[in-house]
Design a protein around this ligand. Structure first.
Ligand SMILES: Cc1cc2nc3c(=O)[nH]c(=O)nc-3n(C[C@H](O)[C@H](O)[C@H](O)COP(=O)(O)OP(=O)(O)OC[C@H]3O[C@@H](n4cnc5c(N)ncnc54)[C@H](O)[C@@H]3O)c2cc1C
Length: 547
């Protein structure tokens, strides 16, 4: 991949097709797209779309070369890719409505086919061959942008909780970003000086040339162009609360059955599954799929059928309102629905150790995705937990960290971990497993340096170096917002089906269903949540469209 500046390039070289990121349409593919748009000549240095533009056209290069350039016209100009005949431009933002993360500029005179964004979305939804080729390429291009650290600039101190919140929000929502650490990155100060910001006024985010001072998650979402509610969304047939696998599945099936469907999520689409580096046991993906990719695909699929997403939007309460249900969001806005699917899943449990709050700001993580892996590259890390989430994290982090220590209370990993993961761990040289062991103390000054552990049988104490601690010790249900409207079990999970005397997946209130991890007795698996989401819709459909 080229990282030269446009002005420095004498001879442009087309970027190779990296794992299907930049496929070339053949003549039949170009002919199939031609009726959707119009052909036009382009001049050298003509800008086809600019960084920050929304709903740009979809361009296929017919002659000449077009470059995708970050920071075009600035001192930090960076050529991301260069395309010749048959290549198409853009990335995922063309389908999601986010602002573009780079500028497309003709590097030489040529010709393009320009297709309106709306037509592209229709094409991706209905054409299996070209649609899938484009979607796949766009998903890979987004991963490339994330890997390159293109897109947003987040500048702040590694010790600032707000900087961590902003980074987490960007990572969970798959917004490409570069993190500039005030306590170690020389570029950070220069950028602050350019924007006239004092270090104590960080974190700041620079997005499409605009500066946001310590933005809330909602402000960042709006600036990036993440989906916001439309005026008509305040009333719908089906309200899905939570967009993990269960909620996404309910949204796909609900919208495809013609129900006016709205999906809310307090944090990001994808739920817990979205934080998984690789889901290996989901049907149809023999080599596994990252949770982020599964989430992106599911969201595009649900939107294709007309489901409306609002992120971030956290449900705060629910009440009955004349045969309908009224859900209020934390910003006070109401949504009324005939049926509600509760798909709010579960959240990680926290370790019971002193100083957890302090280290959570900098060095304790509850997910192990690419974003966390980059932050602890080359460091020793510790993982607590004996289940599949901990095992997956160990396998994934072993590729980035110098040493991974898995600390489990169990004396035998097979109690909670799948065999395939135990076998994988056995084969990785930089993974060490400590069984029958508990974390007792977190050691360090501002950031974590080591953890103290104790042997469960002998009580013997030892210390091991760790710059990051990953915690996977189980979950608790996100059901607090239901405020007693539906029955819960003793642990706070939502009762459904036989437990409530109603049909399967229906809660103690008619028309309110619960699916996935938040449901009492659920299997805590992606496939189970997806199956339940589909099944709940059949029941919701009967209620919404009686007869
Ligand atoms: C790291 C990790 C790896 C995993 N790997 C696997 C695997 O390989 N295979 C497998 O089968 N399972 C795996 N799991 C388990 C799997 O991810 C879960 O079973 C699945 O995600 C449950 O889906 P869900 O839709 O019920 O809820 P969740 O995925 O928990 O999603 C719930 C969503 O609801 C949102 N939410 C919560 N409260 C509110 C509110 N009040 N308002 C609005 N939104 C709200 C949350 O932000 C979240 O996005 C893994 C889990 C983790 C954490």
């Amino acid at each position: 991949m080229s990282t030269n500046s446009m002005s420095e390039l004498r001879e442009l070289v087309e970027t190779p097709d990296l794992n299907g990121a930049y496929p070339r349409l053949d003549e039949a593919g170009i002919a199939a797209l031609a009726p959707l748009g119009h052909r036009r000549r382009v001049q050298r240095e003509e800008v086809l779309f600019r960084e920050g533009d929304r709903d740009c056209q979809f361009f296929v290069v017919l002659a000449g070369m077009v470059a995708s350039v970050e920071g075009y016209g600035t001192a930090e100009e960076n050529v991301i890719s260069v395309h010749g005949r048959g290549r198409f431009l853009g990335e995922l933002s063309l389908l999601t409505g986010e602002g573009s993360y780079y500028t497309a500029v003709a590097a030489e005179e040529g010709e393009v086919l320009a297709v309106p964004a709306g037509r592209l979305r229709e094409l991706v939804a209905r054409d299996q061959d070209i649609g899938d080729l484009i979607l796949r390429a766009y998903l890979i291009r987004r991963s490339i942008l994330i890997g390159l650290g293109a897109g947003l600039r987040i500048i702040g101190s590694r010790y600032s909780p707000d900087a961590r919140r902003v980074r987490d929000f960007a990572a969970r929502n798959r917004l490409p970003y570069r993190w500039l650490d005030l306590d170690g990155d020389p570029g950070a100060e220069a950028l602050l000086a350019r924007f006239g910001v004092a270090p104590q006024d960080t974190p700041i985010v620079i997005l499409h040339g605009r500066m946001l001072r310590n933005p809330s998650n909602a402000e960042l979402a709006a600036a990036a162009g993440l989906p916001a509610p439309s005026a008509s969304a305040a009333r719908c047939d089906l309200l899905v609360v939570g967009s993990g696998p269960g909620g996404m599945s309910a949204a796909v099936y609900g919208a495809s059955e013609g129900l006016r469907t709205m999906v809310l999520d307090g944090t990001a689409t994808g739920g817990q599954a979205g934080t998984s580096s690789r889901i290996e046991n989901y049907l149809g993906f023999p080599s596994g799929i990252s949770g982020a990719e599964l989430a992106e695909r599911a969201m595009l699929q649900a939107r294709k059928f007309g489901a409306e997403f609002v992120v971030p939007a956290e449900a705060m309460s629910i009440e009955e309102d004349g045969g309908q249900y009224l859900v209020r969001l934390t910003d006070g806005s109401p949504v009324t629905a005939t049926s509600v699917v509760i798909a709010t899943g579960a959240r990680y449990r926290r370790l019971d150790v002193p100083q957890l709050d302090h280290f959570e700001k900098t060095s304790v993580y509850y997910a192990a995705s690419q974003a966390e892996a980059l932050l602890c590259a080359g460091d020793p890390v510790a993982i607590v937990g004996g289940g599949n989430s901990a095992g997956q994290a160990a396998v994934f982090l072993s590729r980035h960290a110098a040493q991974v220590t898995l600390i489990a209370r169990e004396h035998d990993l097979s109690e909670y971990m799948s065999r395939y993961l135990i076998d994988q761990l056995d084969r990785i040289p930089n993974v060490r497993v400590m069984l029958g062991t508990e974390v007792r103390e977190l050691l360090g000054d501002q950031a974590l340096e080591a953890v103290a552990v104790a042997d469960g049988r002998t009580g013997g104490r030892s210390e091991l170096p760790a710059r990051a601690l990953f915690v996977f010790i189980g979950v608790r249900p996100c059901s607090g917002w239901l405020g007693g409207l539906v029955d819960l079990d003793g642990d706070g999970f939502v009762r459904t089906g036989q437990d409530t005397g109603r049909s399967a997946l229906e809660t103690s209130r008619p028309g309110i269903f619960a699916v996935g991890d938040v449901r009492s007795g659920s299997a805590k698996r992606v496939a189970a949540a997806v199956g339940e989401g589909a099944m709940a819709i059949r029941l919701a459909f009967e209620r919404t469209r009686p007869g």
